[in-house]
Design a protein around this ligand. Structure first.
Ligand SMILES: *[C@@H]1O[C@H](CO)[C@@H](O)[C@H](O)[C@H]1NC(C)=O
Ligand SMILES: *[C@@H]1O[C@H](CO)[C@@H](O)[C@H](O)[C@H]1NC(C)=O
Ligand SMILES: *[C@@H]1O[C@H](CO)[C@@H](O)[C@H](O)[C@H]1NC(C)=O
Length: 190
């Protein structure tokens, strides 16, 4: 929460930015926002949170929607596609305050190692970011201690965002497929 608050302060310090209206904007307001963009300075926002995922047992946050015939015999589970709706939390545990939802999907897309092609929308539900989102795409080789992926866009506060997300797995319980992932994001937006 400390870093999230810091990011909020950085945000409010930026000058000459177009007003932020959240995601309930009509096409006219969006067009006006773009017209002011040439005077806007990019803002750097740093975010830190966790997301929690459970793919087995009760209270699932992830579900397998498709797999190939060869997935079950593949050493990397190549070809499986999972859809996720994982809580984004301030602390790395299930009773923590939730600040958003990590929603999207990933496919195991490597024959050589367990590596996910991820498409995730970080949808914020708290504070000044409520209703805004950041979109991530990238390759996530799970066994590496830190994985770097791209922030390719956003909505609301994060319109036109570009940035980098890094994931580190803090906890992974194999039978429950219950995972806690530490996420840091650095993004430029207007
Ligand atoms: C996949 O498996 C199913 C059921 O065994 C079979 O009917 C189907 O032809 C297989 N598809 C391919 C592409 O091998
Ligand atoms: C976030 O926004 C939604 C929709 O505008 C609203 O219903 C909700 O109360 C807000 N949540 C917080 C924590 O401000
Ligand atoms: C995930 O695993 C942790 C550690 O074993 C446990 O405390 C937590 O309750 C689990 N979460 C769920 C949703 O089962």
């Amino acid at each position: 929460m400390v870093k999230l608050s810091l990011a909020l302060i950085l945000c409010s310090m930026a000058l000459a930015m177009p007003a932020v209206y959240g995601i309930a904007e009509g096409p006219k307001e969006v067009e006006e926002w773009f017209q002011k963009l040439s005077h806007a300075k990019p803002k750097l926002t740093k975010l830190h949170f966790y997301f929690l995922q459970k793919l087995n047992g009760e209270k699932l946050t992830a579900v397998t929607v498709a797999k190939a015939n060869m997935t079950d015999t593949s050493p990397t589970t190549f070809g499986v596609i999972n859809v996720i709706d994982d809580p984004m939390t301030v602390e790395p545990h299930w009773t923590s305050k939730v600040v958003g939802r990590a929603q999207g999907l990933y496919a195991v897309a490597s024959l050589e190692e367990v590596s996910l092609s991820c498409f995730i929308n970080f949808v914020f539900t708290e504070g000044d970011y409520n209703g805004s989102s950041l979109t991530l795409m990238g390759q996530n080789p799970l066994r590496h201690p830190v994985r770097e992926m791209s922030i390719i866009g956003g909505s609301g506060v994060f319109r036109m965002a570009r940035g980098v997300a890094t994931f580190a797995t803090l906890f992974f319980d194999v039978p429950a497929k219950n995972a806690t992932v530490d996420v840091n994001i650095v993004a430029l937006h207007y």
